[in-house]
Design a protein. Structure first.
Ligand code: ADP
Ligand code: MG
Length: 592
């Protein structure tokens, strides 16, 4: 036999394995879902490649997943006829953390530990292949890639810092292609090798995998068998020649066979009326490796000019770790063409980046199977699809905002408010859809965010504009002297306390034909000018102003009489065309 080579795990993998064994034990079931989803990914990859290389499927082998359990020995095997792995891929995929999601998870976990919070975070993540060690002492992966004519075996044990890779030589274990995982269950977890237990888990998790999953199952059927009659008995019955035919008994014949466990019709092809919320949520969790239910979902079909089907979701929380909304690499949209999974790398072509948090599947009949990023970017069809998808995403978010449960939208806003504000800046065309979804604190609502509609409803009869002040917190907004006159007039003022707020509002310019007005700007007009009085005051204090300007010199642009204060003696304001104080703060922070 060729010798086995020993490899050390990447440090992160060791940490992850350690975590899995010591912290994740409360949720062991998930191992099956992770391994089935890997098998399904491997089948997707093969099917996709076979579009351009039909030869790959010439072996007549079906694309499926088979799960077999041996309860006497505590062994579960999961076999797929997917893309398999070469020797190098085995080392790269199962010895390092290639997947950014898992790496991100570890980082988030570290941050939360550093911050002293407990790690109940763990339950919210999928840890992929390594979850096999939740229930196994030993895992053996035997795999054959079409890129190699040899089959390789990866062998790892729980609590070890290294693993082995060798060539498969056992003729009984040869695969035409694909991967077989053999799990040697821990003593206390041997229960997972009961076929009924596996089947129950599979029904739960895997009904949305679009490849057939078979389980190896003992079956039985009843049949009537003739019983050889005792000749003496036959005589007693009178020796009738036909009598022996009547002597039969019922027996149960037992045998083992593969049984289909899941429904394989993709959920987006089904009639929305016949799919329950639970089913949508399960599909979401399975497909996107999520542990929390989504906040909302939307299933639709468009016909006519372009035809596609889609199920979209709004996640319950933003991704962990430092999420960079200006450069999202999300893999949140799975693109299918005529049911064939094409890629989850085209989010950017199907959604504007500010909506990159939306997850879902899109299946088009109008795109070519060999569709590439270039084709997508040029395509008129995609432009139309994008428009529709964006509209549906907004409908879905609006739905959350109208939910009786105000908390739902608060949750949404907390997680994705920043994204919508970015939308104000980047997507002029959709201002009408974004604006009603925005939320702000205000001088009359310091604890709860309000919508612009609520603001408008609360306007005074003579009030024309929507007023705002940008500050770094509600506390500092509340104490600004600019508020005095407005508070006196019972005008509500929006507090823009997120750095991006002010730019977002300036991009919107107006809402329901009411302009947004910064109350810290020089020319604030509250519609109550008394010219006579102003003239008088100007005359009286003109020299005082000149004197102050002289003392302050270049520190101020000008010193003027104002009617906008009621109790404070003076206030610093920004010039009409200059940056607001808040913007200056921002620009300064950015140039550091
Ligand atoms: P993820 O699936 O999120 O990439 P996993 O830890 O679940 O992370 O899997 C790591 C990698 O191992 C996969 O990306 C894939 O390349 C490879 N892999 C795992 N299982 C299989 C399989 N059954 N067939 C082919 N490749 C697999
Ligand atoms: Mg996986």
């Amino acid at each position: 036999d060729p010798p086995a080579e020993k490899f050390e795990y990447q440090a992160e993998v060791s940490r992850l394995m350690d975590l899995i064994v010591h912290s994740l034990y409360s949720n062991k079931d998930v191992f099956l879902r992770e391994l089935i989803s890997n098998a399904s990914d491997a089948l997707d990859k093969l099917r996709f490649l076979s579009v351009t290389e039909p030869g790959l499927l010439n072996d007549g082998l079906d694309l499926d997943i088979r799960v077999q359990s041996d309860k006497d020995n505590g062994i579960v095997t999961i076999t797929d006829s997917g893309i398999g792995m070469t020797k190098q891929e085995l080392v790269d995929c199962l010895g390092t953390i290639a997947q950014s999601g898992t790496a991100k998870f570890l980082k988030a976990l570290k941050d939360s530990k550093d911050a002293g919070s407990d790690n109940n975070l763990i339950g919210q993540f999928g840890v992929g292949f390594y979850s096999a060690f939740l229930v196994s002492d030993k895992v053996v992966v035997s795999t054959k890639s079409p890129k190699s004519d040899k089959q390789y075996v990866w062998e790892g044990e729980a609590n070890a810092s290294s693993y082995l890779v060798r060539e498969e030589t056992d003729p009984e274990k040869m695969l035409p292609r694909g991967t077989r995982l053999t799990l040697y269950l821990k003593r206390d977890d041997k229960g997972f090798a009961h076929p009924e237990r596996i089947e129950k888990l599979l029904k739960n998790y895997s009904q949305f995998v679009s490849f057939p999953i078979y389980t190896w199952k003992e079956k039985g059927f009843t049949k009537e068998v003739e019983v050889d009659e005792d000749p003496a008995e036959a005589k007693k019955d009178g020796g009738d020649e036909n009598a022996e035919k009547k002597k039969t008994k019922t027996v149960v014949e037992r045998y083992w066979d593969w049984e289909l466990t899941n429904e394989t019709k993709p959920i987006w092809l089904r009639n929305p009326k016949e799919v329950s919320t639970d089913e949508y949520n399960e599909f979401y969790k399975m497909t996107f490796n999520e542990y929390l239910e989504p906040l909302a979902s939307s299933h639709f079909t468009t016909e006519g000019e372009v035809e596609f089907r889609s199920v979209l979701y709004v996640p319950a929380i933003a991704p962990m770790g430092k999420d960079d909304i200006t450069n999202p690499k999300t893999k949140n949209i799975r693109l299918y063409v005529k049911r064939v999974f094409i890629s989850d790398d085209f989010d950017g072509e199907l959604f504007p980046r500010y909506l990159s948090f939306v997850k879902g599947v899109v299946d088009s009949n109008d795109l070519p199977l060999n569709v590439s990023r270039e084709i997508l970017q040029e395509s008129r069809i995609v432009r139309i699809m994008k428009k529709r998808l964006v509209r549906k995403a907004f409908d879905m978010i609006l739905g959350i905002s109208m939910s009786e449960n105000r908390e739902d939208y608060e949750k949404f806003w907390e997680n994705f408010g920043k994204h919508l504000k970015l939308g104000c800046i980047e997507d002029r065309e959709n201002h009408k859809r974004i604006a009603p979804l925005l939320r702000f604190f205000s001088s009359q609502s310091e604890d709860y965010v309000i919508s612009l509609d609520e603001y408008v409803e609360n306007m005074q009869p003579e009030q024309k504009d929507i007023y705002y002040i940008a500050a770094d917190s509600v506390t500092s907004a509340r104490s600004t002297p600019f508020l005095e006159k407005l508070t006196e007039k019972k005008y509500e003022v929006l507090y823009l306390v997120d750095p991006i707020d002010e730019v977002a509002i300036q991009n919107l310019k107006s809402y329901k034909e009411k302009n947004f007005v910064d109350i810290s700007k020089e020319d604030l007009d509250l519609g109550d000018k008394n010219e006579e009085k102003e003239k008088e005051v100007k005359q009286e204090f003109g020299q005082t102003c000149d004197w102050i300007k002289k003392r302050l010199g270049d520190k101020v642009a000008s010193v003027q009489i104002s009617s906008r204060l009621s109790t404070s003696p003076c206030v610093l304001v920004s010039g009409k065309f200059g940056w607001s104080a808040n913007m200056e703060r921002l620009m300064k922070a950015q140039s550091l």
